[in-house]
Design a protein around this ligand. Structure first.
Ligand SMILES: C[S@@+](CC[C@H](N)C(=O)[O-])C[C@H]1O[C@@H](n2cnc3c(N)ncnc32)[C@H](O)[C@@H]1O
Length: 349
């Protein structure tokens, strides 16, 4: 709230309501500005740090209050009652798709013969990270981490704190449960509204350096120059303002800090209003609606009037990314993987 009004006011722990495994499972964070005193909940170990908290909680009552203790037959019966297209069903579908891709490679029951084997996000991450040179020290951010595999992978690569953040409470709850329990449990969609519960261990080195928070990529609750590096994989075309997302990245990175950004430019008016798309419209113009050209023009030296001049584009590669919808349906994307860097304050590279 204070950041939105141009003021930096750190949050402090107001109350600890429930603890477990040395961390706050339920508590309240309070703004230290005596003129503000806004409260932010920590729920299931996940801080929710959004300026418009009331709107978020009321629009997300299902994931926020959703129980995860249902037996598989009861989940199936309720799923049949809620039916396809319900909030209950879309939550299960999202979990099925992203948990399969993030962790399915660790599932001993997963066959090799699948036409779209799991792990495409891990391969994409490894490719991007191998191209980025880390020049600054300090915390690292995973913007739009979903169910969190890339945050665990980052922690194995960098000896520093890794913050995985997303707007989707249900996905972060899965990530936080894996962090706490070292075990993955998710509904894998077979087809229609038929799901099979999968359960398997998933332990990561340096998991204790990882945490998961609800934040908005277009209005991050961090001071300028907080993070030494970042990744944001396949998020830019899912936020309501891709431009604000880039500008926030330029603000929170330390000078010399690098980030790996990837996107399939799969614009969708339900997620991003057309006016905010980077390309994908206005094919009559000089850039012919080309998203890669517009994104390039938004970096230093690219010539866009609103360019985020502190960011430089160092390299671009095209990499496949596959999402599984059900046993017989896979979506294959070609994503641009970009390495960007924040310029040093004297303007040098
Ligand atoms: C296509 S998914 C990609 C997830 C993950 N990075 C991957 O590649 O598997 C996009 C993610 O961005 C998140 N997201 C959308 N808008 C966001 C916002 N404004 N702030 C933070 N996360 C957001 C979604 O909840 C979702 O988890």
């Amino acid at each position: 709230m204070c950041r939105a009004a141009g003021q930096e006011s750190p949050l402090k722990i107001g109350s600890v309501l429930r603890e477990g495994n040395g961390s706050i499972r339920e508590g309240i964070l309070v703004c230290s500005n005596a003129g503000c005193l806004s409260e932010y909940p920590v729920l299931d170990g996940i801080p929710i740090l959004l300026a418009n908290l009331r709107a978020y909680v009321s629009q997300n009552f299902l994931p926020v209050l959703c129980r995860d203790d249902l037996t598989e037959p009861m989940e199936s019966l309720l799923g049949d009652c809620f039916g396809p297209g319900s909030a209950f069903d879309s939550r299960r579908q999202h979990l099925s798709t992203y948990v399969f891709d993030h962790y399915g490679d660790l599932d001993p029951g997963e066959g090799e013969q699948s036409p779209g084997p799991p792990g495409s996000i891990r391969r994409l991450f490894q490719r991007g990270f191998s191209l980025a040179e880390r020049r600054a020290e300090g915390p690292v951010i995973d913007i739009g981490c979903a169910v969190g595999r890339t945050s665990f992978e980052l922690a194995e690569q960098v000896d520093d704190i890794v913050l995985g953040m997303d707007l989707n409470f249900g996905m972060l709850k899965t990530a936080a449960t894996i962090l706490e329990s070292g075990c993955v449990c998710y509904p894998k969609r077979r087809g229609g509204i038929v799901y099979e519960r999968r359960r398997f261990p998933a332990a990561f080195e340096r998991a204790e350096q990882v945490d998961f928070w609800v934040c908005d990529a277009t209005a991050l609750p961090f001071a300028d120059r907080t993070f030494s590096a970042g990744i944001s994989l396949n998020v830019l075309d899912c936020v309501w303002s891709p431009y604000d997302c880039l500008a926030e990245m330029g603000r929170i990175l330390k000078p010399g800090g690098s980030a790996v950004l990837s996107t399939p430019y799969d614009w969708n008016a339900g997620a991003t209003p057309v006016e905010s798309w980077l390309g994908g419209h206005s094919q009559r113009s000089g850039h012919r609606g080309s998203s890669p050209d517009i994104l390039r023009s938004l970096m230093s030296g690219g010539g866009h009037p609103n360019a985020v001049d502190v960011l430089e584009l160092l390299s671009v590669e095209e990499v496949p990314w596959t999402l599984r919808l059900h046993d017989r349906s896979f979506m294959e994307y070609l994503v641009s993987v970009m390495v960007i860097r924040k310029k040093m304050e004297n303007g040098s590279a």
